[in-house]
Design a protein around this ligand. Structure first.
Ligand code: DPM
Length: 337
């Protein structure tokens, strides 16, 4: 075999970069987040073109079944992932907390954006304007479909009643205002991103409820081998958020928790150190194991795994195994439908 003739340029001297196609769910919150990512990319890479392609996920279609019952492996992400694998889109913007900790073969997290407030927020009916989460009356109906919120709140306030709530933010707020619930719990981040931060009545303190893994941050997923998109996304990565979320996701992955489990976290950075708090609680709120691990932020993954092992030694696995059965059998401890 002869080698190629030296000096001959085989790549075309002029290639046109293709438009980058961004996949998104169609919900108002998803679109706000996706258009934000598109605008950031456009600003940082003005020579490139970015286009948004919207699609419905399974989670958007099944609105009448309690979240805890449908299982959660990629409920809000799968269709977006299939589109990337089939080359119909190039990246997908997710609320990081909706993105499973194990991604399909061939896809990676290309960037984690700067986190906004990851806390949960209490939104109350007008008649409870003078109340806080700890002063809601016995029997007050709290709307949530999150087992994490339910288990932690039940632990502190066993006199509250929990009722399932689904639908987008506007629908939920309407149901609350119509009197179906006394209060609802929502992520502060979602309300703020939709310009409804004024509905936040109380930011729930971390000692009452730890937030979900990845809450308040966006995760941008793309094909593992797509070096063009990976390098574009690098410009959106917020390193401190990414380190915190790596620890949180490693913690959840190690406990083999899906999106719908009573597992909560909190993280903060102290110089080079990362502090990770994690909790696992039973549905009746009676058992709650919680611990803190501190280590180098550069070893975030390891820290998450370490904390998971520690909680397991304290009984977290038994609690999680029990919940798995309770969810499958439709336990009366689940939020009422
Ligand atoms: C996940 C949960 C919820 C969403 C479970 C949890 C809340 C479900 C509910 C994994 N995804 O938090 O324990 O209470 O009915 C979701 C929201 C956001 C992303 C809305 C919310 C916005 C905040 C963010 C739904 N996914 O939590 O109120 O981007 O972090």
């Amino acid at each position: 075999m002869s080698s190629p003739v030296s000096g001959l340029q085989t790549t075309p001297s002029h290639t046109i970069d293709p438009t980058i196609r961004i996949g998104s769910r169609q919900s108002q919150l998803a679109l706000v987040q996706t258009y934000w990512v598109q605008a950031q990319l456009q600003k940082l890479h003005p020579e490139r073109a970015f286009e948004v392609c919207t699609m419905k996920t399974q989670g958007d279609k099944i609105l009448d079944v309690a979240l805890a019952k449908i299982g959660d492996k990629g409920l809000f992400t799968k269709e977006l992932e299939v589109a990337m694998i089939q080359q119909q889109t190039d990246l997908a913007v997710h609320s990081l907390k909706d993105l499973p900790t194990r991604l399909p073969e061939g896809l990676v997290l290309g960037a984690i954006t700067e986190r906004v407030d990851p806390a949960d927020a209490l939104v109350v009916h007008a008649k409870h304007q003078d109340k806080q989460v700890d002063t809601l009356p016995a029997g007050a109906v709290v709307g949530t479909s999150s087992l994490r919120r339910l288990a932690q709140l039940r632990h502190h306030f066993p006199h509250l009643t929990f009722k399932d709530i689904r639908g987008n933010l506007n629908t939920r707020l309407q149901k609350l205002d119509a009197g179906e619930y006394d209060a609802i719990i929502l992520a502060a981040a979602g309300l703020q991103r939709l310009g409804m931060g004024d509905r936040i009545h109380q930011v729930i303190p971390a000692d009452i409820s730890l937030h979900a893994v990845g809450q308040g941050a966006l995760g941008i997923e793309c094909r593992a081998g797509d070096s063009d998109v990976l390098s574009l996304l690098k410009s959106l990565e917020h390193q401190p958020t990414a380190q915190r979320c790596q620890a949180e996701r490693a913690f959840l992955r190690e406990l083999e928790g899906g999106c719908q489990v009573p597992i909560g976290v909190n993280t903060h950075l102290e110089g080079e150190q990362l502090v990770l708090t994690g909790v696992v609680a039973s549905l009746d709120g009676k058992r709650l194991v919680k611990d803190i691990a501190t280590g180098l932020a550069s070893e975030a993954e390891r820290l998450g795994v370490e904390l998971a092992h520690r909680l397991r030694q304290q009984g977290a696995q038994e609690i999680l195994d029990e919940i798995f059965v309770e969810v499958r059998q439709g336990s009366p401890l689940l939020p009422k439908e």
